[in-house]
Design a protein around this ligand. Structure first.
Ligand code: ADP
Ligand code: ZN
Length: 789
């Protein structure tokens, strides 16, 4: 007898796995999706393990049999299944959602309750009830759908309809959101001779029919989408048996930017890097590299040539980019070098597009997948190389929903299991990766120079001096002069400020009142057309006068919108472009990119413009205020300052000479000094000293533990009890280096109307302590947390 350990698709039971019996008639494998009886329902499950041994802790009578398979073949390869189980374990994440990361788009069909009309019942007389009845008949809605439709008095009417037995509540599964797309195609089912005879017998004036026949004779098949005007003829011919109609699958295309490709002869450093990586590929070794190359040093060319090396060995390649929309050139360059072999996976594609790309990848039709974070789950049949560009980017960590995984950690495990090579590339490596390179876990490859140009000169502008000269503008005199010079020579300037809107917040000048978001309890940012919560994006009407004391409100801090205006005033003839989340949502990244390339002299933007952008003619790049974000409770804030300054500087002078200006009130702080001198090692040394002193990653792992509840006292108490239990567990395990923080309101103190309290766990192995502590199920655990705490 065979037993299967199965993860179940039901939110209430997704944390653990259940045993099922495999009926003799059923052939199943590990990683296969199956239907399993669960309570009264049939639910989706994934087989995690098969074993001939009966589980010991369950009596036989409790074990049910698997109902049937969902697909014939396993949906996850063994390596991917093992990676998923590692993820669930390492991130202490619920099993099913973690395994489902590897599913095709929209494969997961969670259970839900829906309302249906009872078969054969009579319609109600009452008008309101009839309305509701008709809607239920047509839509089989869930409770939520009913609520959202806001049919007047629906609650009472629904109750009545249920009582009268006209409507019933039934268990069901969500419907698939996406399907294979097909189109009708028509083709001749008789011989050409027979067709000629029919044409011959047509009356003289049957011109249109004749044309249809000619079309049928000359084209092997006619696509229904192109044939709406002659569809009735074709249907008629089908009836007569002359033409056959069948359904053909069509694939939803994905746009890939056009790009010209120029293969470069690698310089010595690039060559050494490419050779090391190719060597690892040839040996089928699971080796991991850190490619540390200054901005514009030609890392992409190394990626391209290593990809070539992998393809020669018939290996598949995954390339991860931090944000797809910002890297059209990289995708374009890969596609130009390897035409037709590149698939793209990211969240801006439609579900249908993702579905088709996923299936084609699984079928082995593409050798290269380029995508954002989740592309690491692409089902490449023969994975040999994974490249993570800009590996320091925090967007590689999933932060919004579980599992809170980091693509780098997943890639490491996946590569190990596939004997694949991993390449992490960055101009500003994360402390974690550079530290791993120093310890020999990653092999360090360095590109210290740009191939053709020099690194741009960086000037630090001390804003305190500007204040002394009584110049209060956020644009320093030096920056103003530099922009002027750039514009006069027909070049472009890039101005980075990592904050959108008009101002950080608004405050009453008399009583100190600060408008805050009702959902999130955080101060509202000031935007041109209203207050905006940067956390939940809720908009509010702007107020000029305090609603308590009627005094004037005053705004504090700068955002891209008011920097735009300041620049507009200084340079009225220049063409300005604002590129931040707001304008990107409004116009789309592609449009902004095109404008930046063709119709802008000064580009003002948030960190979006500091990443990977390779614009022509940028001779100056500037950071408005290096220390933006320093005040946040985030131990990575210096790393962020250093990265933003380096990356922004990296945008300048990529084709010819460039200049960089960094404005700051803190000109001697090490992230600024190190960035200005392009000195990563200096930054690493100083930052490691700080991390060591404060026992922070990469010297330990940090986990945040969050309790949330509508009742603030209850949330606090849950966190408090859990913190105590965790401290006790650390002692019990004799992990004396571990540090368990005290309970405090989370950085996001309120979310979806729930209050949040939390504490942190710092240890070499926080998972061990947390497991030992047996904490409540509703405590949310985030291992290797990123962002403010
Ligand atoms: P990175 O990814 O390190 O920022 P890129 O790969 O985009 O850098 O390279 C920067 C520029 O240098 C590109 O325009 C690229 O075409 C060019 N380049 C790369 N390698 C070479 C080389 N060996 N010789 C000359 N130019 C090169
Ligand atoms: Zn909010």
């Amino acid at each position: 007898m065979t037993f299967a350990l199965v993860a179940v698709n039901s939110p209430a039971y997704e944390k653990r796995a259940f045993f099922y019996l495999v009926p003799n008639s059923l052939k199943v494998q590990e990683g296969q999706a199956v239907w399993i009886p669960f309570g009264k329902r049939l639910l989706q499950g994934i087989i995690l393990e098969l074993s001939e041994q009966a589980p010991t802790d369950i009596t036989f009578a409790e074990i049910k049999g698997i109902h049937s398979t969902i697909e014939n073949a396993p949906i996850l390869s063994l390596e991917r299944l093992t990676t998923a189980r590692f993820m669930a374990d390492y991130y202490m994440a619920p099993l099913f959602p973690t395994v489902s990361c590897f599913f095709p788009p929209a494969f997961s069909l969670p259970p839900r309750d829906i309302y249906r009309t009872v078969l054969g019942t009579t319609k109600p007389q009452d008008e309101q009830k009839l309305d509701l009845f008709n809607y239920i008949e047509e839509a089989s809605p869930t409770a939520n759908m009913l609520k959202n439709r806001l049919i007047k008095g629906y609650n009472a009417n629904l109750k009545a309809l249920l009582q009268e037995g006209k409507v019933q509540k039934v268990h069901s599964l969500a419907l698939p959101k996406v399907q294979v797309k097909t189109v009708d195609v028509f083709s001749l089912s008789i011989s050409h001779n027979e067709a000629e005879q029919i044409i011959h017998a047509l009356p003289k004036n049957a011109n249109k029919k004749r044309k249809v026949w000619q079309l049928l004779l000359t084209s092997p098949k006619i696509d229904a989408d192109d044939a709406s005007s002659i569809r009735s003829y074709l249907n008629d011919f089908v009836k007569k048996g002359w033409v056959q109609k069948r359904q053909e699958r069509i694939l939803r295309d994905v746009y890939i930017p056009n790009c010209t490709d120029k293969i470069h002869r690698l310089n010595t450093a690039q060559q050494q890097a490419a050779q090391s990586i190719s060597h690892s590929l040839k040996q089928n070794k699971n080796q991991s590299f850190l490619l540390h190359g200054v901005t514009g040093s030609g890392k992409t060319e190394v990626y391209l040539q290593c990809t070539q090396a992998a393809l020669i060995q018939n290996k598949d390649v995954i390339v991860l980019l931090p944000e797809i929309a910002l890297c059209p050139q990289t995708i374009g360059r890969f596609n130009a070098r390897f035409p037709g072999q590149v698939a793209v996976l990211h969240s801006e594609l439609s579900l249908g597009q993702r579905f088709d790309q996923w299936q084609q990848i699984a079928n082995g039709q593409y050798k290269i997948v380029i995508g954002a974070r989740s592309a690491i789950f692409a089902p490449m049949p023969n994975l040999g190389l994974v490249i993570i560009d800009e590996e320091h980017e925090t967007s590689y960590k999933q932060q919004d929903f579980q599992p809170f995984y980091h693509a780098r950690t997943v890639a490491q495990r996946l590569c190990r299991l596939n004997n694949a090579t991993l390449v992490l590339g960055s101009a500003t490596p994360s402390l974690e990766s550079y530290n791993a390179a120093q310890r020999g876990i990653l092999k360090l490859l360095t590109l210290p120079n740009r191939p053709d140009t020099q690194m741009p000169q960086v000037h630090i502008v001390d804003m305190r001096e500007e204040l002394k000269t009584n110049k209060r503008s956020i644009i320093s005199l030096a920056l103003q002069k530099a922009i002027d010079h750039v514009l006069n020579s027909g070049k472009k300037a890039l101005v980075m400020h990592n904050r959108r809107g008009e101002a950080h917040f608004s405050q009453c000048a008399s009583c100190g009142y600060i408008p805050i978001c009702k959902n999130c309890d955080v101060p509202l940012a000031v935007h041109e057309n209203g207050f905006l919560c940067h956390r939940c994006s809720k908009k509010y009407k702007i107020i000029d006068k305090c609603c308590f004391c009627d005094h004037n409100m005053k705004t504090y801090g700068h955002g891209t919108e008011n920097i735009y205006r300041a620049l507009q005033k200084l340079f009225p003839d220049a063409r300005l472009l604002r590129w931040d989340k707001d304008s990107a949502t409004q116009y789309g990244q592609n449009y902004l990119y095109e404008q930046a390339q063709k119709n802008a002299d000064i580009i003002i933007g948030t960190q979006m413009i500091s990443k990977g952008l390779d614009l022509e003619k940028v001779a100056l790049s500037a950071v408005i205020l290096a220390e933006t974000g320093e005040g946040l409770p985030n131990f990575r804030s210096y790393e962020k300052i250093f990265e933003l300054c380096c990356q922004t500087a990296g945008r300048a002078g990529r084709q010819s000479e460039g200049q960089v200006i960094i404005q700051t009130y803190n000109p001697y702080s090490y992230p600024v000094v190190a960035a200005a001198s392009h000195n990563y090692e200096l930054f690493f040394k100083e930052e490691m000293a700080f991390r060591r002193k404060s026992y922070l990653p990469p010297l330990c792992h940090i986990a945040t533990m969050t309790a949330s509840h509508t009742n603030t006292v209850y949330a606090y108490q849950t966190a408090q009890k859990s913190s105590k239990a965790t401290s006790e567990a650390a002692l019990k395990l004799k992990d004396f280096a571990a540090q368990i923080g005290t309970v405090a309101p989370s950085f996001i103190g309120k979310k979806d109307g729930k209050y949040r309290y939390g504490f942190i766990v710092k240890s070499i192995k926080p998972q061990q302590i947390i497991k030992e502590a047996s904490l409540p199920d509703n405590l949310v655990i985030d291992i290797d947390h990123y962002g403010p705490i």
